[in-house]
Design a protein around this ligand. Sequence first.
Ligand SMILES: [Zn+2]
Length: 470
Amino acid sequence: MSMKSTILGLSLALAFGVVNAADPVFSDAELKAAASLRDAALTGNLSYKILESLTTEVGPRMAGSPADARAVAWGVAKFKELGFDKVWTEPVTFPAWKRGVETAEILAPFPQPLSVTALGHSVGTPAGGISAEVVRFATLKDMMEAPAAALKGKIAFIDHKMAKSSEYGYVQQGRSRGASEAAKKGALALVIRSVGTDSHRLPHTGVMRYEENVAQIPAAAISNPDADLLTRMLARGKPVSLKLTLGAAEAGSYTSQNVIGEITGSDKPDEYVVIGGHLDSWDLGTGAIDDGAGVAITMGAAEFIKRQGLKPKRTIRVVLFANEENGLLGGAAYAKAHEAEVAKIQAAAEADSGQGPAIKFASFVAPEALPLVKQMYSVLAPLGLAAGENDANPGPDMGALKALGVASFGIGLDNSDYFNLHHTPDDTFDKIEPKRINQTAATYAAFAWMAANAPISFGSGSAALKKGAK
Ligand SMILES: [Zn+2]
């Protein structure tokens, strides 16, 4: 251990700069408490139990669906059961959407059914479905460069295969923007290869958006094996026709809630560290990795601090955000409601990329707080985390806080298998491994404890962070 610590110390100095005698520091007792918290949480199983409860007692909880309200009730009851000092909700209003029936079948030349799902906020097809010839494009870009004549009266097929997790941001543009781009060239509908790294016959849903003043055409994803099949059929050179039937529709305005629980601080109760995940999930699975895991990791981390008999100096607040999946609406509502207290938010860090393990620790703090970050990293490094730069992204729902100049931390999770399950019927509790989620909860617990006890502000609302967030 000591040899390892020495090596870590060296790499730390490189990552976060050198500590000077005059710098603010955590006391040895605080670092020791953080390390014992870290070690105890590694076998805590608390987040695992919370996630078992959410996926079993609520299950799928699409924003605006009847299960949305059940998830909110579960969150309030669970915070209370876990002994949080304060529990409340804050409203988030958004347009709801419902899925309805969804079928796709190849009509010719080799008739057979496909595994399909509507993209979130797609319009439905007319009664009787849409039947038309399929035109394939390797990517969204290829489709956008094609002449309009190639798409008029056809079903556009974007066959962009996602090979690894890091490609998500690029590949998902076909899902989010493809329908409007296809409609501009006169396509009748859009079908995409699922944005996912698996080869299961399960389609991946996800949100899409229509551009204003462009015809709204139905949009759906087929599973990876079905995309392979369609591509093989097209490769034979004869026209392939497809029938798509979607019952999807907008479902009016809905008001959900951000669900919030606090462990109140002993010295500065009005200053707080905010951690959390999003409570909504897609409707196909039970939202275990996306984002029941983030909910359970952060609820469990905060509760674990209390259970260990530790009293944080600042408050630790856990926010379960409403409706992340349809456009980060809970995160936006939270930032708007708490805009005036930016300087009181000591740090923000979300968990929304699965069960972990945590593999990276990055900060976004004022320069004077960097020595503290170095000490925090020294406690987390034995869990196997690498040191990141001082440009952290706190997570999707907390991006709006960072934009206001809130000091942020990015706890990077291993997402190498995340996109096998993401937004599919396969996102279920059996995929959760206690060892992985325990390590992630241990990381968040030790992080939240240290952030809440830091001797100085990390710089939220300072000119340096407001400027850096731009
Ligand atoms: Zn998510």
